[in-house]
Design a protein. Structure first.
Lengths: 503, 232
């Protein structure tokens, strides 16, 4: 204040600008409120590892801005939401880009949030005194995922429709209150207009409101406890002395957040924003992917990227464990994350001294990564049009007899290839049939086709005896030239005694 | 320091002093018993007003909460009576075939649009229960033989009507007449023509709708998204 001198000593222009500004500052105190926040001291070791939280916040802000714009264009009515989205994409100036930004920024926010969380976890920033910062962060993580899921529903297409169906089916599995939970989720007896309105209210009012409040709390806590230093091996956190030591260090070595630390945030956020715009321009808006007509069942519903791993998980785990995995595991996981700092809020922070925590992150990342990959490929799903769109490879019908050729036709027509590959084309649910004769004998093939088993339906009622015989005769030709047809051990004749003596 | 700030400080200062004086007189109390009793009386009035305020706020809140709680929670508690939906003439579903039928949900809202529509699979069991491809194989040893369909639909013993929703996680199953199987595109659930589970992750067979034939038309009791808790 004093360095500016009295307004009267300045030129008329400066007076015209500073006068109203100082009046505003006097009546509101905004500057006095913000200045200490912007210039609070942060440890000099807070460098590039610390940018992900800011990037998450930036993408969240972008979501709010683009979301408000979309709300001015979108009508949450099941009868015309889809057409509304097409209209935004094709008729509204820059509407497609608005949707592209909102959709891809959602993925970016999830990605940055996960990076932020992993960094905090690896550096054990959740330890004393920042336990609550972490707990609020876990809630923000859940809210972000909830926003992503509800947002996917507002894109009222086939994926959205059947995606809620999956959500309803999971809710339905909750013991005792399943029906009630499903009713709450759907807002009615079926997936309909009331469902979309519910998800709109959640996505636009409830979840963002809670998220904004918790982001505020998260930031207040960050300011209250200060930004943590980079962990150093051999410098464990001791709750008895930590605060005092931190204050002392930060007083001596700390640098103001603005501009010393903020400059890295700005560089990273700027690059991330440019990358997001580039992705949005190149990839365009997400969907809408097909009219949400429940009677149009020629559909192949898939969730958005953040949920593909769950999609993969529920099809790869043993069916008997499903309800437990779907209902209990998330609760245990969330509770574990929330309570994590209460179980270990002191001690070493350096990743090099916490090998099991690092292992946990590697394990979780590998699991989610592989499940996402599997979910994207979903090899367990039948390829619905394989039987009618993928021809039998020519080499498999060359030099075959009439019965074998008839079998090839049945293999095609009985939709075997929806689940079984032939020449690299077809479903991957069951094993490829290219060399099936080296694994199964005639009897085993007959049994397998008629009785099924090993996750294959029994075709005993669905094929005639003649068809089964033809299929098996065809399959017996499926072996490489240099590998014989399999014969079960019981069918092998014992070596004649004379031959044994001659040896 | 600017003049404005000085002014604010000058204005501010009397306030803490005044409040300080207040607390002092309240804590001292002794010089004037009457003051104390009048303060107590005032306290009683204040307390009464405070209680009245609490009560009024509470009553108002409860009164206003009815529609709020209802809007949020009622969908979970609403019960749906039987609603028989017309799927079409019985002749539209020839024996031995499984056909797709659509209907409009009996409970609709003005904004439902296309989602008011629902699909289902109608199977007309041919006489003798044999499939179109020929007689049942003698080698069939599947242990989980389904109950005879007439046990479920006494008023339409030859019909089975299945929801399109897979019993696993609700994706729409498709019927393949050639292999006589229902297949689900999501996680690979497969069902036989009688709706029983063939393979994949579903915990049970397809969800059946109760069906009946009345005046030459096929009716089903429908309107709720089928689920593990609700379906028969």
């Amino acid at each position: 204040m004093t360095d500016h001198g009295s307004p009267n000593e300045r030129g008329p222009l400066a007076r015209a600008v500073l006068g109203p500004l100082s009046w505003l500052e006097d009546r509101t105190g905004i500057g006095a409120f913000i200045a200490p926040i912007m210039t609070h001291r942060v440890p000099p070791s807070a460098k590039w590892f610390y940018v992900f939280g800011s990037a998450t916040l930036m993408f969240f802000s972008l979501q709010i801005v683009t979301g408000i714009c979309l709300a001015t264009l979108y009508a949450p009515s099941a009868s015309n939401a889809y057409q509304n989205l097409v209209h935004i994409d094709t008729q509204v100036p820059f509407g497609w880009m608005l949707r592209a930004l909102h959709g891809w920024s959602s993925n970016a926010m999830v990605a940055m949030m996960i990076l932020h969380m992993v960094q905090v976890f690896l550096h054990a920033t959740y330890k004393f005194p920042r336990e609550m910062t972490w707990m609020v962060g876990v809630l923000l993580c859940l809210l972000t995922l909830a926003l992503a899921f509800t947002g996917q529903v507002l894109r009222w297409d086939q994926d959205a429709y059947w995606g809620i169906g999956i959500g309803a089916a999971i809710a339905d599995r909750i013991p005792f209150v399943g029906n009630w939970a499903r009713g709450l989720l759907l807002g009615g007896p079926i997936i309909s207009g009331e469902t979309l309105s519910r998800f709109f209210a959640l996505h636009v009012f409830v979840l963002p409101g809670i998220t904004i409040a918790l982001v505020g709390l998260h930031l207040v806590l960050v300011l209250r406890h200060g930004i943590s230093e980079m962990p150093k091996a051999g410098e464990p956190v001791d709750p008895a002395t930590y605060r005092e030591a931190y204050e002392k260090r930060i007083h001596k070595e700390g640098v103001p957040f603005w501009p010393d630390a903020a400059k890295r945030d700005m560089v990273f956020c700027g690059l991330a924003l440019l990358a997001l715009v580039a992705i949005a321009l190149l990839a365009g808006p997400m969907g809408p992917n097909g009219i949400p007509d429940p009677t149009d069942i020629e559909t192949n519903p898939r969730p958005d990227l953040p949920f593909l791993w769950i999609f993969g998980l529920v099809s790869l785990i043993p069916p008997a464990s499903e309800t437990a995995v779907m209902l209990i595991a998330p609760g245990v996981l969330i509770l574990g994350l929330v309570l994590l700092p209460l179980f270990g809020n002191a001690g070493e922070r350096a990743p090099s001294r916490r090998p099991f925590m690092v292992l946990g992150v590697v394990l979780a990342a590998t699991t989610v990564g592989i499940l996402t990959w599997e979910g994207a490929k979903s090899p367990w799903s039948p390829v619905m049009d394989a039987w009618s769109s993928m021809p039998t490879p020519i080499e498999y019908v060359e030099d075959r007899g009439p019965l074998e050729l008839q079998g090839a036709v049945v293999v095609q027509n009985a939709q075997c290839r929806n689940c079984h590959e032939l020449g690299g084309e077809g479903g991957k649910r069951g094993p490829a049939l290219d060399d099936v004769a080296t694994r199964l004998s005639y009897d085993q093939l007959i049994r397998q086709v008629q009785q099924g088993g090993g996750n294959m339906p029994a075709f005993g009622k669905n094929l005639t005896s003649a068809e089964t015989e033809a299929v098996v005769r065809f399959l017996l030709t499926m072996h490489p030239a240099n590998e014989p047809v399999s014969s079960p051990p019981g069918a092998l004749l014992p070596i004649p005694p004379q031959a044994a003596e001659r040896r | 320091m600017s003049a404005a700030e000085d002014e604010r400080r000058a204005n501010d200062t009397p306030l803490p002093q005044a409040s300080g004086a207040d607390t002092q007189s309240a804590t001292d109390g002794s010089p004037c018993e009457g003051c104390g009793s009048s303060a107590a009386a005032g306290g009683g009035r204040r307390e009464f007003m405070f209680k009245i305020g609490l009560g009024l706020m509470g009553a108002g809140g409860v009164a206003a909460a009815a529609p709020v709680v209802s809007a949020m929670l009622a969908p979970g508690f609403r019960s749906y009576a039987e609603q028989w939906v017309d799927l079409g003439a019985v002749e539209d579903f020839p024996p031995g075939e499984t056909r797709f039928a659509t209907f409009v949900n009996p409970w609709t809202a003005p904004t439902d649009g296309l989602t008011a529509r629902t699909g289902c699979w109608v199977r007309h069991i041919p006489p003798g229960g044999a499939s179109r491809r020929g007689p049942v194989q003698p080698l069939d040893t599947s242990s989980d033989e389904p109950p005879p369909p007439d046990a479920f639909n006494p008023e339409a013993p030859d019909f089975q009507v299945f929801a399109v929703n897979c019993a696993h996680l609700g994706c729409p199953v498709r019927w393949f007449p050639q292999s006589r199987l229902f297949m689900c595109p999501c996680h690979g659930g497969v069902y036989y023509e009688d709706g029983s589970r063939a393979s994949g992750p579903p915990p049970r067979g397809l969800f059946p709708y109760p069906a009946k034939i009345e005046s030459g038309r096929l009716w089903i009791d429908a309107g709720r998204l089928p689920g593990l808790e609700e379906a028969p």
